[in-house]
Design a protein around this ligand. Structure first.
Ligand code: AMP
Ligand code: MG
Length: 406
């Protein structure tokens, strides 16, 4: 058996080569895509010193409390102000450029407007108050977003704020999905004796769509060698293919022999629970290229956990994201067990489904790897080392599903 950390150390680096082609997309298509190059700002944000308040732009040295000042100009947002005339002030609004010569803004609540339209200040303003400086958010030439960032809504807004209409991103990954099992039936069809509904396909397709992959599913593949080979070959033009079930060594498990026929296989028993047997390798294409291949166990929890911990980061790396962004081990934190785990597995590390509230972890009662409810009713995974006994109050390692999906 291989330890999970060793497996990740072997498999993830393979995702670095070869690079995925890039393309240019408009901001409306940029959400969820991975930046192919650093983006630098070609301007200062904000462009000009501007007012942080509705009020009056003044020259501090002029202002004496109780004296009356004429309002020599009015500067709404979007206006282009004149230089401030000596011994006058300018009416100004939030976001409007500061008139040359003014060095401070007094908020309107601190100003008395007299009957003749002049204004009076109760105190001397401080130089620079309520002025938002040019470039204080972003300065011209600064790298705003780095290559390898998966763009979220805020990132796209940031690009808009520096006036960028298109960005260079890596092409979306084409990911093939197949689920093996002669017992599987599709939702909407009547279950015959011995059949179960196929759920893995829906979990994976959802997780893949959440990472903006271009998903191609061939659905259910019966447990026979020819059908398995044909399904794998039909997906060979994808960047990566994921298959569920059939990776053990029973006569009904055809995935490994099929991969050996249509490509190359490396398989492991990973020292983790759930999720032990994992097949990895590639499928050969007619044109000499290759598609990566992952064969995960069929049990719904094993398949979802192995997908999140092993496959999803691999795919993100393949799409060009940085390791620091995809390595969930950097987001593991300590929480306090409100449970006991007296009989741990001595040979495999365990990932327990737990609900964490205010740093206190409670376990879902049924930790069987076939129980999908355990994933639905928990907030993340507790990671226990081999043989780690847990008493209530112990601090244990935890990673949330939210962090796994980043
Ligand atoms: P296998 O890895 O093929 O031995 O399957 C292990 C267990 O997972 C069996 O109980 C299967 O019936 C179940 N299983 C396999 N594929 C799926 C699937 N797509 N959806 C739900 N359960 C599955
Ligand atoms: Mg099976």
């Amino acid at each position: 058996m291989i330890d999970l950390n060793d497996l990740l150390g072997q498999v993830w680096p393979m995702a670095a080569q070869p690079a995925i082609p890039t393309e240019s997309v408009g901001l409306n298509q940029a959400l969820g895509r991975v930046l192919a190059q650093d983006v630098r700002s070609t301007l200062n944000v904000p462009q000009h010193d501007n007012s942080g308040m509705d009020g009056y732009a003044v020259r501090c040295a002029d202002i004496q409390p109780s004296r009356r000042f004429q309002v020599s100009q009015r500067v709404p947002a979007g206006a282009s102000p004149q230089a401030l005339q000596p011994d006058t002030v300018a009416r100004i609004f939030t976001g409007a450029p500061i008139p040359p010569g003014a060095d401070s803004v007094v908020m309107q609540e601190e100003v008395v407007v007299n009957e003749d339209g002049s204004v009076t200040f109760s105190a001397s303003p401080k130089s620079g108050q309520w002025i938002r400086r040019a470039g204080e958010d972003i300065s011209c030439g600064q790298v705003v977003l780095s290559q390898g960032t998966r763009l979220d809504a805020i990132h796209v807004g940031l690009l808009a704020s520096i006036g960028v209409p298109t960005v260079s991103v890596n092409r979306r990954l084409k990911v093939g999905v197949m689920v093996t099992g002669s017992e599987l039936q599709s939702p909407g069809k009547l279950l015959q004796p011995g059949q179960i509904y196929n759920s893995n396909e829906y979990v994976w397709c959802g997780l893949l769509e959440a990472m903006h992959a271009d998903v191609r599913s061939v659905g259910i593949v019966p447990d026979n060698f020819e059908a398995t080979c044909a399904a794998l070959e039909s997906l060979a033009d994808c960047d990566a293919v994921i298959s569920s079930g059939g990776v053990s060594v029973g006569e009904e498990d055809h995935v490994k022999p099929a991969i050996e026929k249509v490509g190359q296989l490396r398989s492991w028993k990973v020292a983790m629970k759930p999720g032990k047997p994992i097949a990895f390798g590639h499928i050969n294409r007619q044109d000499g290229g290759q598609s990566w291949f992952f064969g995960l166990p069929g049990n719904p929890v094993s398949s979802a956990v192995a997908f999140q911990l092993i496959v999803k980061p691999f795919l993100s790396l393949l799409e060009g994201q940085g390791l620091a962004e995809v390595d969930w081990r950097l987001r593991v934190r300590k929480v306090q067990a409100a449970f006991s785990w007296p009989s741990p597995d001595s040979r495999r590390e365990e990932f327990l489904r737990a609900d964490v509230q205010s740093d206190k972890a409670t376990l879902f009662k049924n930790q069987s790897s076939g129980v999908l409810t355990s994933l639905a009713r928990s907030s993340g995974l507790i990671r226990l080392a081999k043989g780690q006994v847990v008493h209530p109050g112990d601090w244990v390692e935890y990673v949330s599903y939210q962090d796994l999906m980043q």
